[in-house]
Design a protein around this ligand. Structure first.
Ligand code: GLN
Length: 504
C-alpha cells in the first residue's frame, strides 16, 4: 500500500495534512516528533515520502534538528510545511528568524513555475500562520515564492520541497492541487480506499475483544453508529448498544435516534439519567469543567451497565479530529476537551475499543455507506457529546436547557423549511448576556440567543453560512415571539479559526 508519513511537530493542522493525502488516495499516518528517532526513521523508511508538519515552537530553539538531519540522510523525499519549512531551511544551512511581518490568515503569494505548482495560477491566496520566517534560503535551494513576511515562502532543494503556508486548509487556493502535484512528483501509489478496510477492521476488533462482551455508547450520530456496526459485525449479539438519555438532547431526541438505530439493527438499551446529569452539572459555569463533569458521569453510567452485563469492553466512536482537539498528541495545545476522549477519567474499569480512531469524518461516512447506513444518519449534523449543556453559557439548569432547546428547534425548522442544504451545523446558543427589549410597549430585560450556522468539510476549519436575511429575520421573530424571556437574537459571524464551532 502507498504510504506517506507525517512527522507531527504539534501543528493544529497536522491531521488535516493526513486527511488531504488520504483524500488523494494515499494512506498516511502521523507520528509525533516526540517519538523515538528510531521509530520515526523506521516509519519513514517504509514510506514513499515524509511531510514535516507545522508546529508551535520556533526552530531557532533547535529541538528537532536531529530529526530533520536524519530524515535528509535517509534520502526519502520530504515536504516541509510551515514549521517543517523553517526546519528544513535551517538544517540545510539557510537562516530562520523572526519574520519582518508575521502573517496570519489569507495572504497573497506569487509562485515561480515548478512541478509543485503545476496547474496552479501564478498568483494565489494562501493561508499563513507564522511568527518566524525563512530569511535566507539554504545554498543550493531554489526560491519558489516570496511574500512581504516570508522572504523565502517556498523552496525546492533537490527532491525536497517546502512551503511556509498551509496548503492543507481549505482556505488555501489550490492547496489540494499542491499535494496532488507532490504525490505525483514522488510517485506515491494511490491505492487507499477506507471502505476497503472494513474486513481488516472487523478482524482487528474480533481479535481485540475475543470472546468477551462489549457495550457501545450510541447517540444516533454517524460515528458511534458506524463504530458499533463494525463491532457488531465482529462479535454479533455480544455487543450491547447503550443510549444514555441525559435530558440534554435537542428537541425530538432521543426518540428519533432510537428509531434510526433500530433501523440499522442496533436497538439500544436506553438508560434514563436526566436527574443525575442535572445534579452533576449544578453550579458549574466553566465550560471545560462542564465537559469533565458530563464525561465523568457518562463514563460512570456506562461502567455500571458494563459491570451489570459483565462486559469488559466499551466501544466508542472516537475519530481523528476528536483526538487532535483534545490535545491527544504531545506538542499540540489543548483546545477543547471532548467528552469521549480526554473528558473521560483516566482510570476506567473497562477497556476502550475505538475502531474509527484513525479515520476522518468523510472516511467514516464512506465506511458507513458501504455498511448500508442510510444517508439520513450519514448526513446528520454533529451534536457535541455534552449536547445542550455546552450550548447554554454559564450554569446548566432545566429552564435554561429548555430555553435553548426551543430556540434551537426554531433554527432547525426554519433552515430546513427554507430548503437550505449543505450546512455542517446550525444551532442556537443561550448566551449569558442580558439585553433590553421592548415587548408590548413594556420594557423587557431578557436573554440573548445567538445563532450559529457554519459550512465545513472536516470540522477543522469552518466558514459562516451566508443565510438569507429573510430566514434570519424569521428566526429572530419566532424566537423572540415564542421563547419566553428572550429579547434579542444575534448571528455569530466568526469563522473557525479563530472561533471554534461550539461556543463552549
Ligand atoms: N512556530 C512557527 C512560527 O510561528 C511555525 C508556525 C507554524 O508551523 N504554523 O513561525
Amino acid at each position: 500500500m502507498g504510504f506517506v508519513l507525517i512527522v507531527d511537530f504539534g501543528g493544529q493542522y497536522a491531521h488535516l495534512i493526513a486527511r488531504r493525502i488520504r483524500e488523494l488516495g494515499v494512506y498516511s499516518e502521523l507520528l509525533s516528533a516526540s517519538s523515538d528517532l528510531e521509530t520515526i526513521l523506521d516509519f519513514a523508511g517504509r514510506s514513499q515520502g515524509v511531510v514535516l508538519s507545522g508546529g508551535p515552537l520556533s526552530v531557532t530553539e533547535g529541538r528537532h534538528d536531529e530529526i530533520a538531519k536524519s530524515l535528509l540522510r535517509l534520502g526519502k523525499p520530504l515536504l516541509g510545511i510551515c514549521y517543517g519549512h523553517q526546519l528544513l531551511a535551517k538544517v540545510l544551512g539557510g537562516s530562520v528568524g523572526r519574520s519582518p511581518a508575521p502573517e496570519f490568515g489569507p495572504t497573497k503569494v506569487e509562485l515561480s513555475p515548478d512541478e509543485l505548482f503545476e496547474g496552479i495560477p501564478a498568483k494565489v491566496t494562501v493561508w499563513m500562520s507564522h511568527n518566524d520566517a525563512v530569511l535566507e534560503a539554504p545554498p543550493g535551494a531554489k526560491v519558489l515564492a516570496r511574500t512581504r513576511g516570508s522572504p523565502v515562502a517556498a523552496m525546492r532543494y533537490g527532491a525536497h520541497w517546502s512551503v511556509q503556508w498551509h496548503p492543507e486548509v481549505s482556505h488555501t487556493q489550490y492547496g489540494l492541487q499542491m499535494y496532488d502535484n507532490w504525490l505525483r512528483a514522488i510517485g506515491a501509489r494511490r491505492d487507499w480506499r477506507p471502505e476497503n478496510m472494513i474486513e481488516e477492521l472487523t478482524e482487528m476488533v474480533r481479535r481485540e475483544i475475543g470472546g468477551s462482551l462489549a457495550v457501545s455508547a450510541v447517540s444516533g450520530g454517524v460515528d458511534s453508529t458506524v463504530a458499533s456496526l463494525i463491532v457488531k459485525r465482529a462479535i454479533g449479539e455480544r455487543l450491547v448498544p447503550i443510549l444514555i438519555d441525559h435530558g440534554l438532547h435537542p428537541a425530538g431526541e432521543p426518540e428519533l435516534s432510537i428509531a434510526l438505530l433500530e433501523n440499522v439493527g442496533l436497538k439500544p438499551l436506553v438508560i434514563k439519567a436526566e436527574e443525575e446529569f442535572f445534579s452533576a452539572l449544578k453550579g458549574i459555569r466553566e465550560p471545560e469543567e462542564k465537559r469533565r463533569a458530563f464525561g465523568r458521569l457518562y463514563a460512570r453510567l456506562l461502567e455500571d451497565q458494563a459491570e451489570r452485563l459483565g462486559a469488559e469492553f466499551l466501544v466508542q466512536g472516537t475519530i481523528y479530529p476528536d483526538v487532535i482537539e483534545s490535545g491527544g498528541r504531545v506538542g499540540a495545545s489543548v483546545i477543547k476537551t471532548h467528552h469521549n476522549v480526554a473528558g473521560m477519567p483516566k482510570q476506567l474499569r473497562f477497556k476502550v475499543v475505538e475502531p474509527l480512531k484513525w479515520f476522518y469524518k468523510d472516511e467514516v461516512r464512506a465506511i458507513g455507506r458501504k455498511l448500508g447506513v442510510p444517508e439520513e444518519i450519514l448526513r446528520r449534523q454533529p451534536v457535541p457529546g455534552p449536547a445542550l449543556a455546552v450550548r447554554v453559557e454559564g450554569e446548566v439548569t432545566r429552564e435554561r436547557v429548555e430555553l435553548v432547546r426551543r430556540a434551537d428547534a426554531i433554527v432547525r425548522e426554519e433552515i430546513e423549511g427554507a430548503g437550505i442544504g449543505g450546512l455542517w451545523q446550525y444551532f442556537a446558543v443561550l448566551t449569558s448576556s442580558k439585553a433590553t427589549g421592548v415587548k408590548g410597549d413594556e420594557r423587557a430585560y431578557g436573554h440573548v440567543i445567538a445563532i450559529r450556522a457554519v459550512e465545513s468539510v472536516d470540522a477543522m476549519t469552518a466558514s459562516i453560512a451566508r443565510l438569507p436575511w429573510e430566514v434570519l429575520e424569521r428566526i429572530a421573530a419566532r424566537i423572540t415571539g415564542e421563547v419566553p424571556g428572550v429579547t434579542r437574537v444575534v448571528y455569530d459571524i466568526t469563522s473557525k479559526p479563530p472561533a471554534t464551532v461550539e461556543w463552549e
